[in-house]
Design a protein around this ligand. Sequence first.
Ligand SMILES: Nc1ncnc2c1ncn2[C@@H]1O[C@H](COP(=O)(O)OP(=O)(O)O)[C@@H](O)[C@H]1O
Ligand SMILES: [Mg+2]
Length: 287
Amino acid sequence: MSVETGQDIRVHEGAGRRPTLEIRDLNIEFSRRRVWTSVVYDVSLKIMPGEIVGVIGESGSGKTLSALAALRLLPKQARVAKGSVQLGDVDVLAQSEVAMRDLRGNRMALIPQDAMQSLNPTMRVGLQVAEPISLHRGKPLRSVANVATRLLETVGIARPAERAKAFPHQFSGGMQQRAMIAMGLALAPDLLIADEPTTALDVTVQAQVLKLLRDIRDASGTSILFITHDLGVVAELCDWVYVMRYGRIVEQGSVTRIFTEPKEEYTRMLLAATPSLHSPLHGGKRS
Ligand SMILES: Nc1ncnc2c1ncn2[C@@H]1O[C@H](COP(=O)(O)OP(=O)(O)O)[C@@H](O)[C@H]1O
Ligand SMILES: [Mg+2]
């Protein structure tokens, strides 16, 4: 750590502050033809209250599986072989499935990469946004519909009362992603986990969604774990960044330090491959 240069101070860290999420020595295995193979090795990372943490790495480096493990949403063929996940005071890996259902939504919410695929095409957007409140608080869906309108307004959707009655296909890609964010915010979780949420969006809309996430953090102190393969996005949004490669974390640091003094050859390579880091609206690579 280059603490002596004063550039790698984790500003959200403080004496006695407990991380919102802390993953320790996480190992994940995948079953291929009935043989378990390691795909994530000794991943340790944390997110402090009010902090936006980036996890960057090329496709296949283990970003999504690490996040899904924290949510206990790994696919059937994958398992946690070792490690711990602490969400505030909760030992996530020790929870029952019923307890997990309560934690998801209430304490942490996932904003997926493809909003359109995650939205129910046959259900009005407002009702979908309100559904977590209805399920978790045991209230009839219609009775919480007005909350959905307010949430849609929070995420910057114009004419929210009218838009709440629309179906997902009547929304643009950016609006669909905003609706997913509204749904994630419904129960005011401490942590949002956003897995490449802007990858499918064009650059202008992407910048608007990043600004929205930053505004949410500034207004509510929500911690955000932001997964991306795009260093430009990290530069715009994050306070702290972990660099992953081949299932391991190879470097971590403040965004300023990573961008000015990358230690790992791999991080330097990623920086060199991100052409327009210094323009305000850099063109993110899309996959
Ligand atoms: N459905 C799958 N079947 C087999 N292996 C998988 C599957 N999903 C992920 N993996 C393995 O786990 C690794 C990490 O995947 P993932 O976490 O999705 O990477 P990332 O999100 O960084 O692109 C992959 O490189 C692959 O080896
Ligand atoms: Mg992924």
